[in-house]
Design a protein around this ligand. Structure first.
Ligand SMILES: [Zn+2]
Length: 323
């Protein structure tokens, strides 16, 4: 069932079966000649049914819809090509559009290589092709258009300004409806789960960028923050909590490396605390393990770039130590 948030603004909940995020919040803005849909769900039947049922329920014809993406992740972008067909457009930031158009097998091979160099077992990476980030990504389309920083998306009477907030992905964006005080946060700020910050081939310092991007939105006069997943909350206190969360994580990681110098990122990730229901690091679901190691890598990059850790190459993998 779609939720009416205010005049011409609706939330369509899209289930993400088996995923700890549980649900994607797809936002529909009506009132203009064309409706605007912010984010879509995985390229998967359960998502497709819920999203299309939501559009039907709100009386929106798919031929009159353009999609605007907060970021490239498959749970947001997966269904975008099907929604717009050959009549609409998919708007994305330059970096995330570039990724969506070029994340081919060679890209994934380079990413696997980086994870292998961080100690991730090759046999597990070989099984990771079923990872939803990969398996449920959008199919090919030539319907992308680029949203530059500061660009304005018009949806009926609403004007949404694009604010680049790199970190969660290289081109993550928030959309800011200044007149109404509404911020669509995508996965930049979530309220009851901390957004995954992973290492990217396209970003040298993903965590550093993310923390800067948190500070960039903290003091906007936001009345209503609408996240990409789960529930809503107050923006500034949540930003402060996320800044603190990562400061704690960085300290946790330094303490782990002080105690056991020479760990790989894969081993260090296994010693960090995670809010995942698994009895041991070995039992982590593979996709979650991949995100956890990526998160650990982003934190290690942050510490290393600031002279707080160093790493040594043994010819096959990197080993980290605190400085
Ligand atoms: Zn995401």
């Amino acid at each position: 069932m779609a939720e009416r948030i205010s005049e011409g603004l609706y939330r369509i909940p899209v289930p993400l079966p088996g995923n700890p995020l549980r649900e994607l919040n797809s936002y529909l803005l009506t009132g203009g000649e064309r409706a605007v849909l912010i984010d879509t769900g995985f390229r998967q039947e359960a998502c497709r049914q819920a999203l299309l049922a939501g559009l039907d329920e709100l009386g929106v014809n798919r031929r009159d819809v353009d999609v605007v993406l907060t970021h490239l992740h498959s749970d947001h972008a997966g269904l975008a090509p099907e929604v717009v067909g050959d009549t609409g457009w998919i708007y994305a930031s330059g970096p995330d559009r570039d990724y969506l158009e070029h994340a081919d097998d060679a890209h994934w091979a380079r990413r696997d290589e980086r994870f292998r160099a961080e100690g991730f077992p090759a046999e597990l990476l070989a099984q990771n092709t079923a990872n939803p980030a990969r398996a449920l990504a959008p199919g090919f389309t030539d319907r992308y258009r680029t949203l530059e920083p500061g660009a304005v998306v018009e949806a009926g009477a609403r004007r949404l300004r694009c604010i680049p907030v790199p970190g969660h992905t290289p081109g993550q964006m928030c959309f800011w409806d200044e007149a109404e005080g509404i911020l669509f946060t995508g996965d930049h700020v979530l309220f009851d789960i901390s957004p995954n910050i992973t290492s990217w081939l396209e970003m040298e310092d993903a965590l550093g960028s993310y923390l800067d991007s948190l500070r960039a939105v903290r003091d906007l006069p936001v009345r209503l923050a609408l996240p990409g997943h789960r529930g809503r909350g107050e923006l500034a206190p949540r930003v402060d909590a996320l800044l603190e969360h990562h400061a704690r994580r960085l300290e946790e990681l330094r303490a782990i490396l002080r105690k056991e110098p020479g760990l790989t990122a894969y081993q260090a990730a296994g010693r960090m605390r995670w809010r995942i229901r698994a009895s041991s690091w070995e039992d982590f679901p593979l996709a979650q393990k991949w995100f956890a190691v990526g998160e650990c890598m982003a934190h290690l990059d942050y510490l290393r770039l600031r002279g707080l850790t160093a790493r040594d190459w043994d010819g096959a993998v990197w080993h980290y130590r605190a400085l």
